[in-house]
Structures are given as structure tokens and as C-alpha cells.
Ligand binder design. Structure first.
Ligand code: NAD
Ligand code: IPM
Ligand code: MN
Length: 356
């Protein structure tokens, strides 16, 4: 018996359980045909329904229990009826922060066969890796609400950019750019954010000196957003802050086939804690429960997890077959112009794996 990879599964809310079921289906197939791989899945029922029943998003010892796992596979969190800032801060953001998953890796890549809203653009033109700072910045949670309900009410939300936090994410991105022999673009906003982003730019400049062989660029986030649409080819590896990374990766999803194809990994590179793999999209209440959610983003995140486990071959196979499905166009969900159900897409992926 091989040592199993221990995976905590948190299907979560809305379409989360629908897409995660397909990811687990594919992982279970892989385990069934590869005697060198074994997964131990444990499910956690946490999310908004759990909150309605128990008054909390996860068990009190939840973080402690998750800590035993090699990885967390998460669907989505958030549903109408529970305020978003509670559901997200008490579950998703709590996990990212407790486990110091300070790197959020989001490939913005136009796969072969994927539709794009852009004109005259091919997969060669959109192939970026966005490295989003995932532990602090605008998401530090520092702030206050003063004089609530009074006419002079005040809300404070302080961005926190530590030297340690800024250096480690920028260095992580430089290492990837260097290894892959690609350029690195920093996206910031120092013209307006005169403390945090001036600091960010300084750190980027400083660290770039350690990597003289890496071509660098620096953009303001507003102009970068325009170039994402008008000339995405200029971006290869991208490093940016928590909030900017959140926004530009949904924009990136928008030019590479939509939310159903956008994958992400929350990494603790030192592996002191479990990392978490999840699609970029949310719980999509507008389509939840209809079996029409696209599970391909969640499958791509599973591919990232396989890679993280050192199973590069399987990771590659899953991604290649996602591309094949996009090229064939026979079994796709409605967001990609097909009429297949969520589970038919997962079944088809298993069929294609069988044919390899
Ligand atoms: P969303 O990503 O859930 O949905 C945006 C749009 O994309 C919707 O029209 C939805 O139908 C579509 N979409 C998303 N995923 C899809 C898929 N797999 N297949 C087909 N279409 C898909 O964003 P939202 O509507 O702004 O947020 C809904 C809820 O999810 C909110 O509570 C929000 O806070 C939460 N949220 C959670 C996460 C997460 O858990 N990682 C991420 C984003 C938003
Ligand atoms: C994402 C999501 C989360 C974020 C929300 C749900 C807190 O939008 O993973 O992109 O902003 O990080
Ligand atoms: Mn987001």
C-alpha cells in the first residue's frame, strides 16, 4: 500500500458541491488505475447551510482538524441569506490565513478550443500566470466601524503591506519567471496609493536586482486592466496585491472562456500547512442546483493539486484532456455553448482518461 495523500474536501455552497463531485470522481478514477497513487478523502459539511443550522461556518476545532491534511479541495463559499463578509471571513479567508497560504497561483491561459470574447486572439496571445499575494494587503482585515448608525459614521479598512509579506510574494514570482524564462510584470498603483504601493514598487525594484536575467515590467493596475483586454500578450508572469489579483483574475477569466474555466491554487510553499485548491469562481447562486455549472475549472484545480503532489504526469493528462474537450465541443456545459450536465462533463473526462 502506498502512503495516501490526505485530502480534506469542502464542497461548500451553491454549485460548490456539484463541481467538487466531478473533481473527486476524476481523482478516484486516477487512484483506481494507478497503484502508486492513493487518496484519503474526508468530507467537511461546512458552509452557509451549516451556518444556518449551527450558527458557525465551521467547527470550533476546524482549523486544527484541517491541519492534518496534505491538501484541501474546496468548491465555493457564500450564499444569499448569510452575509458574505461573515461566510467568507469565517471559512475561506480563515483557511487561507490560518495556513499562511500566501501564494495564490491563477493561470490565465486561453486553452486550445476555449472561446474568447476578444477578436483575433489565439492561445499564443493569452498565456499568463498571475501570482496574487494572498495573506495581507487590502485583505488584512484591519479596520473599524465607528459611530455606526450616526450621521458621522466612519468605516476604516487599512491595507497592510509588511516587508516580509511583500518580499516573499515578489521573490516567489521572480523564481517562477526565472525558472520558466519568462518576463515578470508587477501590477500596482503607486500614483494614488502613496504609502502601500510606493512601498510595493520599491520592493519589486530591490528584488529585481537579485534576478538580473529576468525581464521586468511594472504597470499601474488601471492601465494593466486595459492591456489585459487590448494586448494580453504582453503579460507572462504577473505579480500583484491581494485585491488587485482578485479583480484582474476575474477579468482574466472573462477573456479566456469565463468563470467555468478559471482555476486557482492557494499555496503555502514551505508546506508547513496544507495548501488549498479551488476554482476562482463563487457559488453562482443564479445557476446552483441545476447541474449546469461547468466543472472544468474545478478539474483544472485538481490538476494543480496533482502537480503539487508531485504527480506531474497526471496533472498534465487532466489539463490536456480539458483542452481536448474544448476542441471536440461534444460534451460541454451551457456556458461554453454545449448542453451537457455538470456530471456528464466529469463522466466524459473519466472516459477520456480510460482511452489514454
Ligand atoms: P460567481 O463566480 O459565483 O458567479 C459569477 C457569474 O459566473 C454568475 O453568472 C455565475 O453563474 C457564473 N459562473 C460562476 N461559476 C460558473 C461555473 N462553474 N459554470 C458556469 N457559470 C459559472 O460570483 P458572484 O455571483 O459574484 O458570487 C456568488 C457568491 O459566491 C457570493 O456569495 C460570493 O461572495 C461568493 N464567492 C465565493 C468564492 C469562493 O468561494 N472562492 C469566490 C467568488 C465569490
Ligand atoms: C476569490 C474570491 C474571494 C477573494 C472572496 C470570496 C473572498 O473572490 O477567491 O477570488 O476575494 O479572494
Ligand atoms: Mn474573486
Amino acid at each position: 500500500m502506498v502512503n495516501p495523500f490526505k485530502i480534506a474536501v469542502i464542497p461548500g455552497d451553491g454549485i460548490g458541491p456539484e463541481v467538487i463531485a466531478e473533481g473527486v470522481k476524476v481523482l478516484k478514477y486516477i487512484e483506481s488505475v494507478d497503484e502508486n497513487i492513493s487518496f484519503d478523502f474526508e468530507y467537511f459539511p461546512w458552509g452557509c447551510e451549516y451556518y444556518v443550522q449551527h450558527g458557525k461556518m465551521m467547527d470550533d476545532d476546524g482549523i486544527e482538524r484541517l491541519q492534518q491534511f496534505d491538501a484541501i479541495y474546496l468548491g465555493a463559499v457564500g450564499y444569499p441569506g448569510v452575509p458574505d463578509h461573515i461566510s467568507l471571513w469565517d471559512l475561506l479567508l480563515r483557511i487561507r490565513k490560518s495556513f499562511d497560504q500566501y501564494v495564490n497561483v491563477r493561470p490565465i491561459k486561453l486553452l486550445n478550443g476555449a472561446p474568447t470574447v476578444l477578436k483575433d486572439v489565439t492561445p499564443d496571445d493569452i498565456n499568463m500566470l498571475v501570482i496574487r499575494e494572498n495573506s495581507e494587503g487590502e485583505y488584512a482585515g484591519a479596520g473599524d466601524r465607528l459611530f455606526q448608525g450616526k450621521p458621522h459614521e466612519v468605516a476604516l479598512q487599512t491595507g497592510v503591506f509588511s516587508r516580509k509579506g511583500t518580499e516573499r510574494i515578489i521573490r516567489y514570482a521572480f523564481n517562477i519567471a526565472q525558472k520558466e524564462n519568462r518576463s515578470l510584470t508587477s501590477i500596482s498603483k503607486a500614483n494614488a496609493l502613496n504609502y502601500s504601493m510606493v512601498f510595493w514598487d520599491e520592493v519589486f525594484e530591490e528584488i529585481s536586482k537579485e534576478y538580473p536575467d529576468v525581464e521586468t515590467h511594472s504597470y499601474l493596475v488601471d492601465a494593466a486592466s486595459m492591456f489585459f483586454v487590448m494586448d494580453p500578450k504582453r503579460f507572462e508572469v504577473v505579480v500583484t496585491s491581494n485585491l488587485f489579483g482578485d479583480i484582474i483574475t476575474d477579468l482574466g477569466a472573462g477573456i479566456t472562456g469565463g468563470m467555468g474555466l478559471a482555476a486557482g491554487a492557494n499555496l503555502n510553499p514551505e508546506r508547513n500547512f496544507p495548501s488549498m485548491f479551488e476554482p476562482i469562481h463563487g457559488s453562482a447562486p443564479d445557476i446552483a442546483g441545476k447541474q449546469i455549472a461547468n466543472p472544468l475549472a474545478t478539474l483544472w484545480s485538481a490538476s494543480q493539486m496533482l502537480e503539487f503532489f508531485g504527480q506531474a504526469e497526471w496533472a498534465e493528462k487532466v489539463l490536456t484532456l480539458i483542452e481536448k474537450m474544448l476542441v471536440d465541443k461534444t460534451v460541454l456545459t451551457p456556458d461554453l455553448g454545449g448542453n451537457a450536465s455538470t456530471s456528464e462533463v466529469g463522466d466524459h473526462m473519466v472516459e477520456l482518461l480510460k482511452q489514454l
